[in-house]
Design a protein around this ligand. Structure first.
Ligand code: HEM
Length: 343
C-alpha cells in the first residue's frame, strides 16, 4: 500500500474508497460473515465440520415460512436469481441512510422483490449465527433456502454446494447490465445468459421457475393493450387469459399492487406446467411466451413440457451451474493471485 500524503488528491480518493466500502459493508449479513482469506472451495458438505447442522437450521426457518407465508417460496427463488450472475449475497446489502451510493436491492429492477425473501434469509442467518457464529455466508444460506423452497413446493431436491464468499460490493448501477426484463427478446435473453456461461438449454430450463409465483400488471400491460405499438393485444395470448388479465389489469388507473399468477392453475406448485402453458399461449410475460415462438428455444420447451422428470433433472443441474457463478471482478482478482477486496 503506497504511503499517501494527506494533502494529495489520491489521499482524498482513498478516503472516499474506504467510506464507500464501510457504507456498503455494514449490512446485517455482511457484518458477521466470511473471511476473505480462505480459499474458495465450493463443495457439498463444506460446513461438515464447522457447522454440520446448517441445513437443519435453515430448514427450520424455511419450513415455517413455507407454512406461514407461502409467497416466501417464489420470493426467495427470485431473490437467488437476482443475486446470481455472481452469487455473493450482494443483493442483501442495504443502502446506508444518507449514502449517495444505492445498493443493488434499491435498483429500479429490484424494487418489486418481495420482502418475504429478504425476511427468510435474515431469520435463517440469525438462527445460524446463534449456533455457528461467523462461519456460514449469507450467499450459502440463500442457496440452501431457495433449494428448500423449490423442494417444499413439489420440485426436485438437490444437494447444494456451499463455501461461497459474501461479496462486499453492491451497486445499483450494475443491475441493469445483469438483469433481463419482461419484454426482453429471446436474443437478449440468450446473449446475457451466454455471457455468464449459461447455454440456451439452461435459459429455457431456469425460466421454468416461472411455474411458481406472480408478476405485477406493469410487466405485461403492453401485451394486453398495445403490443409493440400496434394498439392491439399480443396475438400470442390465449383469448380467455387475455380477458381475465384485462379484468385484473386495466389499461390506466389500475392498482399497482395487483399481481397475476405465472401459472393460472397451480401457482404455488413447482411442476413443469410452465412449458405446457407456453404451448397453449398461456405464458404471462412476453419473455416467457417468446421461448415458444423462437425456433432456437421452441424444441426445448416442447421436450420439457412432455417430461417432468427431465425438467427436474435439467433444472437441478442448471441451478447448480447458476449458483456457482461468482462476480466477475472477484474471478479476475483470483486469477491474478489477489484476494478480493484487500485494501
Ligand atoms: C429469463 C429471464 C427472466 C426474466 C425476464 C424474468 C422476469 C421476471 C419478472 C418481470 C417477474 C415478475 C416480478 C413482479 O412483477 O413482481 C418475475 C418473477 C419471478 N421470477 Fe423471473 N425472470 C427471468 C428468469 C428467472 C429465473 C432464471 C428464475 C429462477 C431461477 C426466476 C424466478 C422468478 C420467480 C420465482 C418469480 C415470482 C416471484 C414472486 O412471485 O414473488 N426468474 N421474473
Amino acid at each position: 500500500m503506497p504511503v499517501l500524503s494527506p494533502s494529495s488528491s489520491s489521499f482524498f480518493v482513498f478516503i472516499c474508497f474506504i467510506i464507500f466500502f464501510v457504507t456498503l459493508y455494514s449490512s446485517n449479513c455482511l457484518a458477521i460473515t466470511t473471511n476473505a482469506k480462505r480459499p474458495r472451495q465450493i463443495s457439498v458438505n463444506y460446513y461438515a465440520k464447522s457447522c454440520p447442522q446448517v441445513e437443519q437450521l435453515v430448514g427450520a426457518i424455511t419450513s415455517q415460512q413455507f407454512k406461514e407465508a407461502p409467497v416466501s417460496s417464489p420470493a426467495t427463488i427470485r431473490l437467488l436469481f437476482h443475486d446470481c450472475f455472481g452469487c455473493d449475497a450482494s443483493i442483501l446489502i442495504a443502502t446506508q441512510p444518507g449514502s449517495k451510493v444505492l445498493a443493488e436491492k434499491d435498483a429500479e429492477d429490484n424494487k418489486d422483490l418481495r420482502t418475504e425473501g429478504f425476511d427468510t434469509i435474515t431469520r435463517a442467518k440469525t438462527l445460524v449465527e446463534s449456533k455457528c457464529p461467523g462461519i456460514v455466508s449469507c450467499a450459502d444460506i440463500l442457496a440452501i433456502a431457495a433449494r428448500d423452497f423449490i423442494h417444499f413446493a413439489g420440485g426436485p431436491y438437490y444437494p447444494v454446494k456451499t463455501g461461497r464468499w459474501d461479496g462486499k460490493i453492491s451497486m445499483a448501477s450494475r443491475v441493469p447490465y445483469n438483469l433481463l426484463h419482461a419484454n426482453s427478446s429471446v436474443d437478449q435473453l440468450i446473449t446475457l445468459f451466454s455471457s455468464k456461461g449459461l447455454t440456451i438449454q439452461n435459459l429455457v430450463v431456469l425460466s421454468g421457475a416461472h411455474t411458481i409465483g406472480f408478476a405485477h400488471c406493469n410487466n405485461f400491460l403492453d401485451r394486453l393493450y398495445n403490443y409493440k405499438g400496434t394498439k392491439q393485444a399480443d396475438p400470442s395470448i390465449d383469448p380467455r387469459l387475455l380477458k381475465a388479465l384485462k379484468m385484473s389489469c386495466p389499461q390506466v388507473g389500475g392498482n399497482t399492487d395487483i399481481v397475476a399468477p405465472f401459472d393460472v392453475t397451480t401457482p404455488f406448485v413447482f411442476d413443469h406446467a410452465y412449458y405446457a402453458n407456453l404451448q397453449s399461449k398461456m405464458g404471462l410475460l412476453a419473455s416467457d411466451q417468446g421461448l415458444f415462438l423462437d425456433p432456437r428455444t421452441k424444441p426445448i420447451v416442447q421436450s420439457l413440457g412432455q417430461d417432468k422428470a427431465k425438467f427436474f433433472q435439467a433444472f437441478l443441474s442448471a441451478m447448480d451451474k447458476l449458483a456457482q457463478l461468482v462476480p466477475k471482478e472477484e474471478e479476475d482478482m483470483e486469477r491474478n493471485g489477489k484476494l478480493p477486496f484487500e485494501l
